[in-house]
Design a protein around this ligand. Structure first.
Ligand code: ATP
Length: 450
């Protein structure tokens, strides 16, 4: 993990938030390369769900959340972690992070009994701080999907099965944020709520698990580094009938990367007005103040029903961390030399092509390099980086370390000779010359084939 943290800071992927004032715990800022990587991961998720399928709609709901939403969703009552205080050093821990009743900070056994601690951040809207201005920062994006269920249904005329996908910030006042960006207090989630008819839910649950495992493999994670945990009943969230956790082999252990829960009709049922003939499962809470009936018409049975929902839910930061861990490689080049290389899948790489002029401040070379950069930009593959440092060896090393798949060198042969450039491949280190007029097509083909 130390190697990842240091690379992230040195190369501009991730910084501690508020670092110049000593840092704020559990919050991180994504730097120039980090934001590209994160955006690419989010785009890959959105593309695979919203663009490539024809049964999923997108949504972007607000972060500020009405208190009633999180009361009826059950979060006010149950979204807690068991908190333990050390009487000796005054540190606080999650009870399930303590081993053998010993304080991880000072080793004392003088610990308080666990008590529930609600993880939701509270705030006030408007100038007056009273009960009527009270709001929450959402602890999951999912509730915005449930509360907009009818809006989306009415505006798109969807029928079951269909899904609503959303990417956005979520906030949890974690007792002990730790392991770099793995457990933080402010993070982004990518959540899909996939609505299905009751009775088909178990089959869909399995299908979504398989699809999500395939997606992670397409992002470059080795299947052997992923395990599936069928979460024991005693550990299930209050809304879940069954949850599969996809665990990734992080440096600190096999830990949750994504959860895929069968949330049944719990949420839509809990937010639905009660004076209906809806059949709801017994654990759905009643007495909502909502006026909505979050249900669908089942024509074949001539009745209304609250759908069941399967929820694949992942944290973007955990995704970024897993991908960095998986991609970071140190390759022995022989003769005591080695190189650090980030073997990111091309579609995730922050910089798609770096254009390096052989000689610094050389107007002829720079002019050709600028033209080439414009042509490469026009391919639409992503960020093209022109760097006038004049040290090709160092440039290769730097771009290996940040995962740039292709580096093009413009030299004297390009401007005075046969007009060719050198294209170097990150993974094989092979260098091949192409006519400068052909290289944009070569780059386009490279990214098209993934
Ligand atoms: P954990 O058990 O690790 O606290 P969780 O089971 O509470 O996680 P979920 O409520 O299932 O997590 O949230 C869905 C996803 O959101 C998780 O799989 C994870 O990727 C991400 N996530 C949850 N909490 C955090 C956090 N504090 N920091 C970063 N990502 C998070």
């Amino acid at each position: 993990m130390d190697q990842i943290v240091s690379l992230c800071k040195r190369r501009g992927f991730v910084f501690q938030s508020g670092e110049i004032y000593g840092g704020i715990q559990g919050a991180y800022d994504f730097g120039p390369l980090g934001v590209e990587l994160k955006n690419n991961l989010k785009a890959a998720w959105w593309r695979s769900l919203v663009h490539e399928r024809d049964d999923i709609e997108g949504l972007d709901a607000s972060i500020l959340t009405h208190r009633e939403v999180l009361r009826h969703s059950g979060h006010e009552e149950t979204f807690t972690d068991p908190l333990v205080d050390c009487r000796a050093c005054k540190s606080r821990f999650r009870a399930d992070h303590i081993e053998d009743g010993i304080c991880p900070n000072c080793g004392s056994t003088e610990l308080t009994p666990p008590r529930p601690f609600n993880l939701m951040f509270k705030t006030n809207m408007g100038p007056v701080e009273d009960a009527s201005s009270f709001a929450y920062l959402r602890p999951e994006t999912a509730q915005g999907i449930f509360t907009n269920f009818k809006n989306v249904l009415d505006s798109t005329s969807r029928r079951l099965p269909f899904g609503i996908a959303q990417i956005g910030k979520a906030f949890r006042n974690e007792v002990t944020p730790r392991n770099f960006i793995f457990r933080v207090r402010e993070f982004e989630q990518m959540e899909l709520e996939y609505f299905v008819a009751k009775g088909t839910d178990e089959d869909w649950h399995q299908q979504w698990l398989d699809l999500r495992l395939d997606w992670w493999r397409a992002q470059g994670l080795d299947r052997d580094h992923l395990t599936v945990l069928d979460v024991p009943k005693s550990d299930l969230s209050h809304y879940s009938k069954r949850t599969f956790d996809i665990l990734y082999r992080f440096p600190h252990g096999d830990e949750e990367l994504e959860g895929i829960a069968n949330r049944t009709d719990f949420d839509l049922g809990s937010h639905s007005k009660r004076n209906t003939d809806l059949e709801l499962d017994a654990h759905v809470r009643a007495n909502t103040k909502s006026n909505a009936q979050l249900r669908v018409r089942i024509e074949a049975e001539n009745k209304w029903a609250v759908p069941y929902v399967i929820e694949p839910s992942m944290g973007v930061e955990r995704g970024v961390l897993a991908i960095l861990v998986e991609s970071l490689d140190s390759e022995d080049l022989g003769n005591g030399n080695s190189r650090t290389v980030l073997r990111l899948k091309p579609h995730l790489a922050p910089i798609k092509v770096a254009v390096l002029p052989l000689k610094r401040n050389h107007e002829g070379i720079m002019q050709t390099a600028r033209t080439l950069r414009r042509e490469l930009m026009a391919t639409g593959v992503g960020r093209i980086f022109l760097e006038d440092t004049g040290n090709i060896g160092k440039g290769y090393r730097r771009h290996d370390e940040v995962g740039t798949p292709l580096v093009i060198t413009v030299d004297f042969e390009t401007i005075e000779g046969d007009g060719s450039v050198t294209l170097r491949d990150r993974d094989t280190m092979a260098q091949k010359r192409y006519a400068k007029d052909d290289v944009a097509e070569v780059v386009r083909d490279y990214y098209r084939s993934g």
